[in-house]
Structure formats: structure tokens, C-alpha cells
Design a binder for this molecule. Structure first.
Ligand code: GLA
Length: 390
């Protein structure tokens, strides 16, 4: 067993004491989205993959229906709640992810036993790599494993998304929880966010590295910008639906229809629609090109995606723009773009394996010169989705 997991087990016993009960170890990866940004809540396509940085949970069943949770990031804090009473939001804020998942599972009729759980996170919090989805999906796996229940990965993702909406108050789409729950090693996932059908696209580690660079600008999705983008998309849908009642999401709108709406839609709404509709096409195209190993073309689509997110969707920040601009000038980098909700967080880039070290060195230097801080870089392969390790 990995020594990190062994030491988590020891820390668990220090926190919750020793007993005869079996300690399980759960792993839930973060995710990075290669392309398809702000398309999930428009019923579009996304192309994420699960990554190596992860949330690890050591957990053990309790017979009294209590849930006690602790985190290695908050030494000495143990949060306690009863699964037999109505679960409400509460302090500390980080506990709302676990509260939400337990509450939604109970509401869905899944019988749960109590649990002690210690969380350890190697994902940057607020880095846009879905640490919250990893905590949620990991919590669901922990509760299921201890309760002897099984639930399929799509349903787990939906329950966790609901928890995020209601307990973390982030009106997110379905991408993050699905990537974390259903990722496949060495594959990206083309997810149809309307039908939730998944197609897996191989990523050959001989040919490609996925390099993630964190701008260290903390992003916050519970702020109003994300919800505002969703509303602007809905405004767009309302306009197009008047023209054609069968349109229920921007997924159903063509780029020609968007162009025809110029001057009729408020300019901001027009731009938001142009991003979403063009991004959906770029995403399915990128999946096709990736399947056929046309890496230059995938890279080009990523660059276009970034420009569209910056100019039309207006969710980038100068730090992300700078990292992308620098990255794409480096030899061996196929493409780069901001990834996740935006307003900070990370860029993702597709890179030839032999170019990785030089790229990280160059970016770190240039970023430090420009912004006076060091970005964190992660070189990762695509990993499997969440599961019980032991
Ligand atoms: C966040 C949300 C996702 C998705 C992305 C943008 O990560 O949680 O559902 O909307 O932003 O693509």
C-alpha cells in the first residue's frame, strides 16, 4: 500500500481512536477539462479527464448513526452530525460538502450507517480542479462502502451535483462530478451533458502530456459571476425559443442562428451565446481530432476556446491570459487554454513529452517576472474515477 495511504490510516486512528472496525481508504480524483467550458449547463458537450491530484478519505463505520468528519487541513477540528436528524448547512463551511452529500443520499432513500472519516486533499482548493466535486463524490463512495450499498456512477454524480447546489450554493453543471465519478485511466471523456452519455477518447502518454499550471489566483464560483452567466444563457434561450419552440437549451441553437440574432439580442447576451454555441462545436471536433491524433488541430481548438472565453464569455483574468500566451509560444506545446469556471484557477495545455520540463521552467520564470509569484505546475496522466482502494 502507498505510504501516503498508510500514514492517513495512522492519522485516522490518532483522530478517532482504535477499534476493531475496518478502515477503508477511498480515493476521488480532481478533474481538468480539456475543452468545452461553460457548455455543461447549456446541455452541450465537455471533454474532461480525471487527474492524479486527489482527495483521500480514511473511513470507518459507526453503529450509532452519527457522522464525524475531520480534515488534515484543519487539525484538531471534528465536525459531528446525526444522520437520523434533518441535516442542515452549518459551520465550518468545508463541512457543507459532506453534509450535502449525506442529506441527498438519505433523501434519495439510500440507507446509510454512521461514519468517522478523515479527509486529505492533494488538490489546490480554489484552483479550479474540482476539489469540491472530489470531496463530494469521495463522500458518497465512503458512505456507500460502509453501508454496503451500490449506486451507479451517473446517479452518484447527480446526487453530488444536487448537494453542491443546495449545500454549497454553487449552481454548477454536471461536468465535474461526472468526471470525478466516471473518469477512465488514459482516456478523456466526451460527455453529452444532455443525455449523460459518455464516450472515452484514448490519450496516449507516449505522445502527449497534460500540463496544468495554476495561476494561484483563487477562484470563487459561489460569487455572482457564474450564476450571472447562466442567467444570460437563459435569456438567450428565451429569445431563440420564441423563434422555434423546440429549442430548450443553447445546445439546440446553430451558429448561423446566433449570427442572425446580432443586433436583436442585448450585445452581452449575444456574446455569451456565441461562445457557448461555438464552444460546443469545438468540443466535439476536438474529441474527433484527438481520437485521430491530430494534436496540432486539437491545440488550435484549445487556443480558440481560450479566446472565446476571454472575449465573449469574459471569464478569464490577465494572469490566465498571460500563461496561455506564453505557453503557446513554446516549442512542443500544441495548445493551451484556461480551464474550469474561470476568474482564476488554472490553464491546461497539451504538450509533447520532451517539451514538458522546458515549458514549466519558461512559464515559471516569465510568470514570476510579470506577476511576482510562482505558479504551481502539475504534469498528469488521465486516471480512473473515484473508488474504494481498500
Ligand atoms: C465549474 C462548474 C462546471 C462547469 C465549469 C465551466 O467548474 O462546476 O459545472 O460549468 O465551471 O465549464
Amino acid at each position: 500500500m502507498d505510504s501516503a495511504y498508510a500514514s492517513l490510516r495512522q492519522r485516522f486512528e490518532k483522530t478517532f481512536g482504535q477499534s476493531d472496525g475496518r478502515i477503508h481508504i477511498i480515493r476521488a480524483p480532481g478533474r481538468v477539462n480539456l475543452i468545452g467550458e461553460h457548455t455543461d449547463y447549456n446541455d452541450g458537450f465537455v471533454l474532461p479527464m480525471a487527474i492524479e491530484p486527489e482527495v483521500r478519505i480514511a473511513c470507518r463505520a459507526r453503529g450509532d448513526g452519527m457522522m464525524r468528519i475531520a480534515s488534515t487541513a484543519f487539525d484538531g477540528q471534528i465536525v459531528q452530525l446525526s444522520l437520523q436528524q434533518k441535516i442542515t448547512r452549518g459551520e465550518p463551511t468545508w463541512s457543507n460538502y459532506m453534509r450535502g452529500v449525506a442529506a441527498e443520499m438519505i433523501a434519495a432513500g439510500i440507507p446509510l450507517v454512521g461514519m468517522d472519516a478523515l479527509y486529505d486533499n492533494t488538490l489546490p482548493v480554489g484552483g479550479g480542479l474540482s476539489s469540491s466535486a472530489a470531496i463530494e463524490v469521495g463522500t458518497a463512495h465512503a458512505l456507500l462502502a460502509l453501508s454496503g450499498e451500490t449506486v451507479d456512477a451517473t446517479r452518484i454524480a447527480l446526487l453530488c451535483q444536487k448537494a453542491e447546489h443546495e449545500y454549497a450554493r454553487v449552481p454548477c453543471g454536471i461536468m465535474d462530478q461526472t468526471a470525478v465519478a466516471s473518469g477512465r485511466a488514459e482516456h478523456a471523456m466526451l460527455l453529452d451533458c444532455r443525455s449523460l452519455a459518455k464516450q472515452f477518447v484514448p490519450l496516449d502518454p507516449q505522445d502527449l502530456r497534460v500540463v496544468i499550471v495554476n495561476s494561484m489566483v483563487h477562484h470563487e464560483l459561489s460569487g455572482g459571476e457564474y450564476a450571472q452567466r447562466r442567467q444570460q444563457c437563459e435569456q438567450g434561450v428565451a429569445y431563440f425559443r420564441k423563434l422555434n419552440p423546440s429549442i430548450s437549451a443553447l445546445r439546440d441553437v446553430t451558429l448561423q442562428q446566433v449570427w442572425d440574432a446580432e443586433g436583436k439580442l442585448p450585445p452581452v447576451v449575444f456574446k455569451r451565446c456565441r461562445h457557448v454555441v461555438s464552444e460546443i462545436t469545438r468540443t466535439t471536433e476536438a474529441a474527433y481530432k484527438l481520437t485521430h491524433q491530430f494534436y496540432e488541430e486539437v491545440g488550435e481548438l484549445m487556443i480558440q476556446s481560450h479566446q472565446s472565453l476571454r472575449n465573449d464569455y469574459e471569464v478569464s483574468v490577465p494572469e490566465l491570459d498571460f500563461l496561455v500566451e506564453q505557453a503557446i509560444t513554446i516549442k512542443g506545446v500544441y495548445g493551451a487554454r484556461m480551464t474550469g469556471g474561470g476568474f482564476g484557477g488554472c490553464i491546461v495545455s497539451l504538450v509533447q513529452p520532451r517539451a514538458v520540463d522546458a515549458m514549466i521552467e519558461q512559464l515559471t520564470h516569465a510568470y514570476n517576472e510579470q506577476f511576482g509569484k510562482k505558479p504551481a505546475a502539475y504534469v498528469t496522466t488521465a486516471t480512473a474515477g473515484a473508488g474504494v482502494l481498500e
